[in-house]
Design a protein around this ligand. Structure first.
Ligand code: CUA
Length: 402
């Protein structure tokens, strides 16, 4: 009796049984080819002593199947978790629709998410149903459908239709986002520096840094530039990313939908050197009236409630080489404009709260806070020229510049 199992797996329909001649030349003494089904006795041949039975291929034990099932559950759980997290409140999440740009982008997103969801469910359901229906069973063999024209046409046309359905709203949104901003759009120039953001409002005569203020519902026409390397402008809850490239103006226009007290967080998203990750900014969205008030205050010359001597101390320090305080002879442009620095909530490009203690840390030795900072240490203890008393006076002066 010859067990023909190895043949059965590869070619269950025809079974070749042979007895070698024993001479080692590879010739056959006797050979027979029979039609055979798994589990049946294919034949017995008189006079040869040969009987062949086609054995069913060995079953895989149950345990690896369970393991495979478990392995499949992990990615599924991760997908469910990711979808659940989409619903969480996250200050840097693009799924928050707080700007006109994000609103536009989410139109095709929804189409794509729905289509992808339908495809996912259909494929998963078909995979499960078909693998149960056509699972391996004794006495069954697969029918080959390779090269079936009807199937090939159907599963070519379905994806083409899906892609076309996704393309229409995508192109529509792309063109809308590229439209010229309206004539009454607020013009803002955003200038990237290593490692901070400068904001200029040419029509309002305002220059500020790291804290952008805009009115709700009004389109802002951004001109994005850089004075050194490539940076990128991104406020995830409001709009997509646009690079700030030295030597050219990139444009983008969008409005923030809702005024709110807490700022939106922005971040440079193009690697621009040591403190790229520390190049942050905030966007404050005001009602129209609040924005007018803010703009009026910012356009005004510096107002300081402290003594003239404090200002003189500031002007005698190295600060004026890099910083401007409008109305004084501090007119440097390498660092942020400090005319109304006391009105900002943060310093150091959004790294520190604007408090006397944090200002002291910053002024004393800024690169201890922000590695690579271009501002040299000021405190004598860190190799600078200012005494602690002089720094105290300067802090008082800067905090008074509202
Ligand atoms: Cu600027 Cu990264």
């Amino acid at each position: 009796m010859y067990d023909a199992a190895p043949f059965a797996a590869a070619a269950p329909r025809r079974l070749t049984v042979g007895v070698a001649d024993g001479t080692g030349t590879g010739g056959w003494d006797w050979r027979a080819s029979v039609a055979a089904r798994v589990g049946t006795v294919a034949g017995a041949w008189e006079g040869t002593g040969v009987r062949a039975r086609v054995a069913a291929p060995r079953r895989t034990p149950g345990r690896p199947r369970i393991r495979a099932l478990r392995r499949g559950l992990v990615p599924l759980a991760l997908v469910v978790l990711a979808v659940a997290l989409l619903g969480c409140d996250a200050p840097m999440s693009t799924s928050e629709i707080e700007g006109s740009w994000n609103k536009e982008v989410w139109k095709p997103y929804w189409v794509i998410i729905w289509l992808a969801g339908i495809v996912f469910v259909a494929i998963m359901a078909a995979t499960i149903v078909l693998s149960l229906m056509y699972r391996e069973r004794p006495g069954r063999e697969a029918r080959q459908i390779h090269g079936n024209t009807k199937f090939e046409v159907v599963w070519t046309i379905i994806p083409v239709v899906i892609v076309l359905v996704m393309m229409v709203p995508t192109l529509d949104s792309l063109f809308k986002l590229d439209e010229e901003p309206p004539a009454d759009a607020l013009k803002v120039e955003v200038i990237g520096h290593q490692w901070w953001f400068e904001f200029r409002y040419p029509e309002l005569d305002i220059v500020t840094a790291n804290e952008l203020h805009i009115p709700e519902g009004r389109v802002v026409d951004y001109a994005l530039r850089s004075v050194d390397v490539i940076h990128s402008f991104w406020v995830p809850q409001l709009a997509g990313k646009v690079d700030m490239v030295p030597g050219r103006d990139n444009r983008m226009a969008f409005s923030a939908l809702n005024a709110r007290p807490e700022p939106y967080l922005g971040q440079c998203v193009e690697f621009c050197g040591t403190s790229h990750a520390n190049m942050r900014f905030r966007v404050f969205v005001h009602t129209a009236e609040d924005f007018e008030r803010w703009a009026r205050e910012q356009a005004a010359p510096r107002v300081s409630s402290v003594s003239r001597t404090a200002e003189e101390a500031f002007l005698a320090a190295p600060c004026l080489g890099c910083h401007t305080v409008r109305g004084t002879n501090a007119a440097g442009i390498a660092g942020p404009n400090l005319t109304h620095v006391g009105s900002r909530t943060t310093i150091g490009s959004g790294m520190l709260e604007n408090t006397p203690a944090e200002l002291r840390r910053w002024i004393a030795n800024s690169s201890a806070v922000k590695p690579g900072s271009k501002m040299p240490p000021m405190a004598q203890s860190a190799g600078g020229t200012l005494t602690d008393e002089q720094i105290d006076v300067i802090i008082g002066y800067l905090q008074s510049l509202k």
